[in-house]
Design a protein around this ligand. Sequence first.
Ligand code: ATP
Length: 280
Amino acid sequence: MSVQARAKLNLTLDVLGRRPDGYHELCMVMQSVQLCDVLEIAPGEGRVSSNLGYLPTGEKNLAWAAARRFWEALGRPQPPLDIHIEKRIPVCAGMAGGSSDAAAVLRELNRREGDPFTLEQLMKIGGQVGSDVPYCVLGGTALARGRGEVLTALPPLPRCHVVLCKPDFSISTPELFARADAVKLRRRPDTAGVLAALEAGDLEGTARRMYNIFEDVLPPRQAARVTEIKHTLIECGALGAAMSGTGPTAFGLFAGEEQARLAWAQLAETYQDVWLTETV
Ligand code: ATP
């Protein structure tokens, strides 16, 4: 039986400061989309495989790490399960693909074992695998604080169309955090405004306020590419556009499918990695 692992977007991303333990204190509004990886979990030899040759196959794969943590928490020896991942979520794109696979493994193993863990317990086990995993276990629209693991479910973002575009450069996450520490941020997301708009079921008000502080700390050439993608999305009728996570994927939210298709087609003329999806 196959299991879906959905990608996430950051409607907002703010770094509130550096903590005594060296981690950054984050404040993010997260949203799941229908774009997903598909996992098959079946009795086998304890292997992980995927349609992408370069992904780790052993314990470095987050799906495998999640399975190990699940059986550890249950206090039972890990049975030899094979996990195959059909990757559709772009890798290293700021969309929590690996974390989402880990969360899907936790949810599925819990279901198969007759729900020995509550959702909260499962999220806690997920936190041992990675800081985005608890959110991926929860899914939907949520506020994430701390390192990303302190979660509050929010009123769902009204359903809308999403166009995602990943420019072909990669950004190192530690480098982005270091740059955020070093500069004075010129702009911060209006998180309170986004929360109020979500409460009011206001898609336009939410989309208009989306922002990610990492957009401001990208090196100039990369920032220009993200800005260009955002402009195209807005010109085609997006209600708002932002970069997700540590990038480089930028996305736009659309009320109508026709405008979203137009944006997809326009971006696909220049970029190879462009997707059309919907919020969950
Ligand atoms: P985030 O948004 O949480 O920062 P990301 O989208 O930037 O994540 P991922 O695609 O999750 O990044 O993968 C980042 C790294 O994790 C890659 O170097 C990859 O090799 C490794 N990895 C381990 N397991 C997986 C998996 N199941 N799927 C994708 N990447 C994985």
